[in-house]
Design a protein. Structure first.
Length: 302
């Protein structure tokens, strides 16, 4: 929820500027759910297998702009503005438990006419994706997690430190009369947390940070080992080698221990937003994983 209509208008203008460069034909849809209206960007062949894309916290559906052309060669994609966060979705009630997210996503799939789908999730979206596979296994085919928040390890002191340092830096700037808009790259440093390649998406995030909309989310928990072992959906975990929320290799090892069937990899030269940092590499890994069961002919086409 934004501070006022002018604040929201500035944000929507920046959002639409990103969409004007969406590399494939698309349709924007707003669907009713029990938590409020949910905005989805639909792309790809109508008869393609469905693929739901869940973004990082506040990243919105537009975070997938660098990935969408490659994914749409094979899939009907549904890039979602997660309810309760910045974007074009509008929550109408307080979200208090991950079960509410699962019910919300079932409503969304029903509204889209999708019975069963694979899900790719980044950061908070990764947590939502695996939670969905656990809570509604009949609706989820395969899952790709990209640096999921929570899920396998708790949010670290590093994140709290980065956010506190950013808040203090912004306060000092205001006290000194610096009126420059905040930049998402301020959350990291050289080789840091977020260095997006997409300039227009970066501008959108700058407007979001400047307008400071109120969010309505839960803290992503660590899923219990017993629950993780019961998840039937084949799962791929990707972590950038420059991830700072947790140590990449140790987290991948821990995830494999808790989910023995899990596939995983460290993405070279990628940070927290690995799909944006290395879109071609990540797209290739996603497509190969999702097409594994389709036979050698389809795999050879990747």
């Amino acid at each position: 929820m934004f501070k006022n209509d002018e604040s929201r208008a500035r944000y929507i203008a920046a959002y639409d500027a990103v969409l004007r460069d969406w590399p494939v034909p698309y349709e924007e849809r707003d669907l009713p759910t029990r938590l409020g209206t949910t905005h989805v960007i639909v792309s790809g062949p109508p008869d393609g297998p469905p693929l739901v894309l869940l973004p990082s916290m506040a990243g919105t559906a537009t975070v997938w702009r660098l990935n969408i052309a490659g994914l749409c060669r094979y899939y009907r994609t549904y890039a979602v503005d997660v309810i309760g966060q910045a974007g074009k979705s509008a929550a109408t009630q307080r979200i208090q438990h991950r079960r509410e997210y699962a019910d919300w996503l079932v409503d969304l799939l029903d509204g889209l006419g999708v019975e069963r789908t694979s899900i790719v999730g980044s950061s908070f979206g990764g947590f939502l994706a695996l939670s969905q596979a656990s809570l509604t296994p009949d609706r989820v085919d395969r899952v790709v997690l990209i640096s999921p928040a929570g899920t396998f390890v708790g949010l670290s002191w590093r994140l709290a430190y980065v956010m506190l340092k950013f808040a203090l830096r912004q306060r000092v700037r205001r006290l000194l009369g610096d009126t420059r808009a905040p930049d998402i790259t301020d959350l990291g440093s050289r080789g840091g947390l977020l260095e997006p390649r997409d300039a227009k998406w970066r501008a959108l995030m700058s407007v979001m940070m400047a307008e400071s909309p109120r969010v309505n989310v839960i803290r992503p928990p660590v899923l219990g080992e017993a629950e993780l072992r019961t998840i039937r959906a084949p799962t791929l975990l990707l972590i950038g080698d420059q991830e700072r929320l947790y140590e990449p290799h140790a987290t991948l090892t821990l995830a494999r221990k808790r989910m023995p069937a899990l596939e995983g990899a460290i993405v070279p030269d990628a940070d927290h937003l690995a799909a944006m940092a290395q879109p071609e590499d990540v797209n290739g890994r996603i497509i190969r994983f999702l097409q594994q069961r389709r036979g050698a002919a389809d795999s050879a086409a990747v």
